[in-house]
Write a protein that binds this ligand. Structure first.
Ligand code: DCM
Length: 133
């Protein structure tokens, strides 16, 4: 029997001045060029907030404050689960260190963006959050 806890992939809804940060994937080939909420796998021994802060430092070169959840849990293969968190910037300007580009989008551009399929599950919640701000 497999008693391992679900491995989590955490993704960041970084919102600033009414816009959301999107990052463009470099791979795998089926996702390359599509846009995602940046983040990554939480390592054993990390809380989701610790792991997500680490990933955002590595991927974007920024220091962040991790807030509450947004949107549904998205099941991934291999017993992993993808979860999104609200995030605010504490220091630094997001830079594409591991993506091909980053960009800030307001609600209309978000709705039209070529998002990775998993992240589309959060689209309505993200648009509502941007429109509320
Ligand atoms: N992933 C996703 N959406 C995100 C971040 C990650 O669908 N916003 C998926 C892609 C991979 C897995 O999570 O299947 C691990 O991410 P990565 O390849 O970036 O380590």
């Amino acid at each position: 029997m497999d008693t391992k806890a679900l491995r989590e992939v955490a993704a960041a809804a970084i919102i600033s001045d009414g816009r959301l940060l999107l990052a463009q994937r470099v791979g795998p080939p089926e996702l390359a060029g599509m846009w995602e909420l940046p983040g990554g796998k939480i390592e054993p021994g990390e809380t989701p907030a610790q792991g997500l802060r680490r990933e955002l430092r590595e991927e974007l070169g920024v220091d962040t404050v991790i807030g509450g959840r947004i949107g549904v849990d998205v099941p991934l293969p291999d017993g992993m689960v993808l979860r999104a968190y609200r995030v605010s910037l504490r220091d630094g300007t997001p830079t594409a260190l591991e993506h091909s580009a980053v960009r800030w989008v307001a609600a209309p551009e978000l709705a039209a963006a070529d998002l990775v399929p998993n992240d589309r599950a959060w689209l309505a919640d993200l648009v509502a959050t941007l429109n509320a701000g």
